[in-house]
Design a protein around this ligand. Structure first.
Ligand code: NAP
Length: 510
């Protein structure tokens, strides 16, 4: 049996017990348990599912101290960050509970029969229903909020889908602890413990085994473009292809207008430095490309930003793989003729994974000639591209898909900013004005997902309650007797939900 242990990012030493890599038989058994649980869970009324999610949330809150200590040992994120991530994780579960209580998420649509129409119309009633067992892959950089009990799991469970989690190999004890807490809480509810399954692994075979398990009907993945794309292709190549919702890497381009630079260049340098270095830059929303006017003011801005980053504290990367990939990527960027490093510090020599922020600077022509400058540096590293402001709208259309795009503009920049914002909105999931992309507010209006490669399906969000839509499919019932319909579609509207009846939103019975 193959086993592995977590590594403490602060000193590179092994921590915690050995965890067994799941065998194909383990994965089959977990998928079979999830499929059996689906037959029960999909019939549990939404308000009962809400109670189960709240029970899980409360159990996580009760175990706060143990969770924080475990995550910190494996991820070195510090108490404040872990505490806020735990609050987000708990809040997400409650938010989905509220959504289920309200009930309209099933998008009930009723078009009454009209035998006198030409051609005659049958009675049609449509609503969203759970897909089936969902596989969830957790990333290393959100051990809780996108971990075992994180956003993908919460949205799938809310939809009525059991979840089979493939835990990230950097944080097995965190995964195991959260699964134990949530399963124990669910065991006391209509859900039962088996709606949540966990397997461990650190080889691609485990991930592939989870995606190809015949019982799995969809995948929620958060992680790198390389791994996400590999597993997306596996999902598409199954005899029965399934939806794969991959939230992948993003460069989050940020554009600064000439007026904004003059008015508040120093403030932008301070805000941007914090956004680049926060959490050692290990956020999918870290600003990785910064477009700055090629002028004296632009070059002064680069000097200010580099000085800020040189003064920022060292951070800790999550694992050796991320450190190795970042070091190689920075080396490759340094070798690009026409690109230079504006910051002065080297990484501290240590046995752990400490890192300091870095800033590269290049020009428009170099950026166009070297496509490798459009690849993610996962860590506290950004590239400034000095270019003419009127080139920025065209550049925005050539960058591919991103989670976010940001514009910094002063009132005098309006003529420059309008076409840029319009171009950018075609390529990102969230357009930010005079702000910074890190920090994803968890509300229904949030959009976290964008055109490929930032996500594999730009139609949905991985953050906020609309994320439930990924794990629901529409079913239309034609002329089906009222008593045989799901309650959400019955004439009396026993669930009391808002429905669209003959084009009009109403809570009324038919
Ligand atoms: P990762 O290395 O891609 O790992 C994610 C999962 O994929 C792990 O379970 C990993 O397990 C598995 N995996 C890796 N390579 C695989 C392969 N070839 N075949 C099958 N499975 C494979 O990502 P990470 O280190 O956790 O996170 C860093 C990346 O995630 C960054 O690029 C970041 O931008 C991105 N991210 C994106 C978002 C978003 O919302 N868009 C959020 C957070 C992070 P094994 O190693 O066991 O195979």
């Amino acid at each position: 049996m193959s086993t592995f242990t977590a590594i403490n990012p602060r000193d590179g030493a092994p921590v915690g017990p050995e965890f067994p890599e799941a065998t194909p038989a383990d994965i089959s058994a977990a998928a079979a348990r999830a499929a059996a649980a689906f037959e029960r869970w999909r019939r549990v009324p939404p308000k009962e599912r809400a109670k189960a999610l709240r029970a899980a949330a409360n159990a996580l809150a009760d175990a706060r101290d143990e969770i924080i200590a475990t995550v910190d040992l494996e991820a070195a994120l510090g108490d404040a960050r872990i505490n806020s991530e735990l609050a987000r994780t708990i809040g997400q579960l409650h938010a989905f509970g509220d959504l289920l209580d309200e009930g309209a998420y099933v998008e009930a649509i009723i078009d009454r029969a009209n035998p006198a129409a030409t051609p005659p119309r049958p009675e049609l009633r449509r609503m969203l229903q759970p897909l089936g067992p969902v596989a969830v892959f957790t990333p290393s950089n959100f051990p809780l909020a996108y971990g075992v009990a994180g956003g993908d799991t919460a949205s799938a469970l809310a939809a009525g889908c059991p979840v089979l989690v493939k835990g990230h190999p950097s944080q097995p004890a965190t995964s195991e602890l959260c699964a134990r807490i949530v399963r124990a809480a669910l065991a006391q509810t209509a859900g039962g413990a088996d709606v949540l399954q966990l397997v461990h692994g650190r080889t691609p075979d485990t991930g592939r085994g989870v995606v190809t398990a015949p019982e799995i009907t969809a995948v929620g993945f958060t992680g790198s473009v390389a791994a996400g794309r590999a597993l997306f292709d596996v999902a598409a190549a199954r005899p029965e292809p399934i939806p794969f919702y991959g939230e992948l890497g993003s460069l989050n381009p940020l554009f600064i207008g000439p007026g904004a630079l003059t008015e508040r260049g120093a403030d932008i340098a301070a805000g941007l430095s914090a956004s680049i270095s926060m959490g050692a830059g290990q956020f999918c929303t870290k600003p990785g490309l910064v477009f700055v006017p090629d002028s004296d003011a632009g070059r002064d801005f680069v000097t200010m930003l580099a000085a800020r980053l040189d003064a920022a504290p060292a951070g800790v990367l999550l694992n050796e793989n991320i450190k190795h990939l970042l070091a190689n990527k920075m080396q490759a960027t340094l070798l690009v003729p026409g690109s230079k490093c504006a910051t002065r510090r080297d990484w501290p020599p240590d046995r752990g994974f400490h890192v300091v922020p870095s800033l590269f600077v290049t020009d428009d022509a170099t950026f166009a000639a070297f496509p490798e400058l459009r690849e993610e540096h996962f860590g506290p590293v950004s590239i400034v591209i000095l270019c003419a402001p009127d080139r920025m709208p065209a550049l925005a259309t050539q960058l591919g898909g991103h989670l976010t795009g940001t514009v910094h503009a002063a009132p005098g920049d309006a003529a420059w900013a309008a076409p840029l914002a319009d171009a950018l909105a075609q390529h990102v999931g969230r357009l930010i004005w005079n702000g910074y992309p890190t920090g994803v507010t968890v509300v229904p209006a949030m959009q976290h997902g964008g055109p490929y490669p930032s996500s594999t399906s730009s139609l949905h969000s991985a953050v906020g309650t609309t994320a439930i839509r990924r794990f629901l499919r529409p079913v239309a019932y034609q002329n089906v007797p009222d008593a045989m319909l799901p309650p959400e579609l019955q004439a009396a509207n026993p669930m009391g939900i808002e429905r669209l009846v003959n084009g009009r939103r109403t809570y009324d019975a038919l």
